[in-house]
Design a protein around this ligand. Structure first.
Ligand code: 3UK
Length: 522
């Protein structure tokens, strides 16, 4: 590809991206489309409305003005607990254009999680969709006088509705200045705010969106993964906006039927899912034959895609699923299969613009074909974790990022995922800390001790399994198992409950009393 300019950003023929000294990333993502004659083109489609690029630009400006009018000052943070809807775009880009740092968070969390994130981020505003009132309101109440002001984001939200004002002047920043955050979970300890820079969304949109998927203004992107995930944020917001294409948004929880309905109704060219949903969609295809004729490629990320699901999907839909691994810290996918180069059951090869290294525990590169810990280098990596200097120093070393994943390369150079280096598990593409589920189970009066590990279900997808040591006098059985599952569903994000409960006399432990979860894995 020859070099080109995207607004004031220059992209070399080798893919190198040159940024101006002072800029604001909302300008190339939003305002540029007016200058390029795309004002009438549809940026967002939902069941209820279509938003053109011209309307989007006006509403982004109006929202940015409204945030400044509320007294927010750059670089203060705004926490977003917002469903997938056009207002998500208005708030996110309005904030960035005004120099405010948006922090979109998982909308499936509980009050205690929100209270933690509100305090940790020191945000000066919480924007939230009323659908999440049952968890957001108690979080704000719990914080009492320390709670920041809150903004309820309704579909006809007055914020961003006053589009008559003067255009918002972009708050100028350096490409490496803080721009937005995403929270990432760890096996122990609280979620960590990964601080992303102005340049990061440009880098992922070029490296993965343009150079790997070939996204153009003719693409219609539909992501079952929501915008609050780094995965969904790229799929259904930054990639289509960067290319001048169209994003499909649906606030509902994705089910096989809802995704099939959306694919038939909106006719996306690119569909983004997670392995658990692909498995459920395949099962639902026994009864329904959805029309995939608009889709030129499907993408999977969040957890490893079993080769068997790839094969059955190709057979039923005629489309291929490109598996790729990404992370909150790297913002989007950094190892991936490609349309013209894929191997089912692998994560593919490094995406252009990224370097990969599989290292021994001592930190040197492994010998060819050996297993080790995957480290990555690339310009979309988060600058640091907010308020967590030790975690930052451990994870981000000399320009490289520790993914915490175990990998090897096969003879042909494809990267094969071998699991997490720690005990964390991914369920439906979302992090689950065994420690958090264990802490919840211990809260049940019958439980003395417990350990949680990941176990593959019939589709080869990982779900939590609990091993329980009961208190004396407590009887194991189906009724208790149901009660324990219900207890977890009520206290934790709903996807985290254990799908299997095994009763044991004792747990395997190290000499120092640490649970050896690896010995419980089947
Ligand atoms: C695991 C995978 C095997 C892996 C993400 C695409 O998942 C994303 O970000 P998270 O921070 O989790 C990162 C971790 O998830 N993982 C993700 N994809 C795969 N494991 N095969 C895969 N294809 O442990 C990784 O370290 O939630 C995915 C784009 C952006 C993202 N943030």
């Amino acid at each position: 590809m020859a070099g080109r300019s995207v607004g004031a950003i220059e992209i070399g023929s080798d893919g190198r991206i040159r940024f101006p000294h002072d800029f604001n990333v909302a300008v190339p993502f939003i305002d540029r489309h007016m200058a390029e004659g795309r004002g009438e083109h549809i940026a967002i489609r939902t069941a209820a409305e279509s938003v053109s690029y011209a309307q989007l630009a006006q509403r982004v400006d109006a929202t940015g003005r409204a945030l400044l009018a509320r007294g927010l000052v750059p670089p203060e943070r705004m926490l977003m607990i917002v469903k997938d809807c056009p207002q998500f775009f208005h708030l996110f880009w309005g904030a960035i254009k005004a120099g405010i740092v948006p922090v979109p968070v998982n909308t499936l969390l509980r009050a205690a999680d929100y209270a933690y994130m509100i305090e940790d981020s020191g945000c000066r505003l919480v924007a939230w969709s009323p659908e999440f009132a049952a968890e957001v309101e108690p979080a704000l109440q719990q914080l009492g006088s320390k709670a920041p002001p809150a903004l309820k984001v309704t579909d006809d939200a007055s914020i961003g509705a006053d589009t008559a004002g003067a255009p918002l002047k972009p708050h100028l920043a350096r490409p490496t200045d803080d721009c937005f955050w995403l929270y990432s979970s760890g096996s122990t300890g609280r979620p960590k705010g990964a601080v992303h820079r102005q340049r990061d969304m440009v880098v992922t949109s070029e490296n993965y969106g343009v150079r790997t998927l070939g996204v153009t203004e003719h693409d219609v992107c539909y992501s079952a993964a929501k915008l609050f995930f780094a995965y969904g944020l790229g799929n259904a917001m930054t990639f289509p906006l960067w290319a001048g294409g169209t994003a499909i948004l649906d606030p509902a929880r994705p089910t096989p039927d809802s995704t099939f309905d959306n694919i038939e109704r909106f006719r996306p060219t690119l569909y983004f899912g997670v392995p658990t949903l692909y498995a459920a969609q395949l099962a639902a295809m026994d009864k329904r034959k959805p029309d995939f004729s608009s889709v030129r490629a499907c993408v999977s990320a969040g957890e490893a895609l079993p080769a068997e699901i790839f094969r059955r999907w190709q057979e039923k839909t005629g489309t291929i699923i490109l598996d790729g691994i990404g992370s909150t810290e790297m913002l989007h996918i950094f190892l991936s299969n490609r349309l013209d180069d894929y191997r089912p059951g692998s994560s593919g090869k490094p995406v252009p613009g990224y370097e990969a290294e599989i290292r021994t525990p001592e930190g040197s590169p492994v010998k060819s074909g050996e297993t080790g810990r995957l480290w990555m280098k690339g310009d979309s990596a988060a600058a640091y974790y907010w308020n967590k200097p030790e975690k930052t120093a451990e994870t981000m070393v000399g320009g490289w990022l520790d993914t915490g994943d175990t990998y090897r390369q096969d003879e042909a150079g494809y990267f094969i995922y071998e699991g997490r280096s720690d005990d964390m598990l991914k369920v439906g593409g979302i992090w689950c800390s065994p420690v958090e589920i264990e802490a919840c189970l211990i809260g049940h009066p019958a439980v003395l001790e417990c350990a949680v590990v990941g176990r593959a279900d019939a589709d080869g997808l990982v779900k939590p399994q609990a091993f329980i040591v009961l208190k004396p006098g407590q009887g194991a059985g189906a009724a208790l198992t149901d009660a324990l599952m219900a207890h977890c569903k009520q206290k934790l994000a709903p996807y985290k409950y254990p799908r299997w409960v095994d009763y044991v006399a004792e747990l395997p432990k190290t000499a120092t009393g640490k649970i050896q979860r690896f010995r419980l894995r089947s």
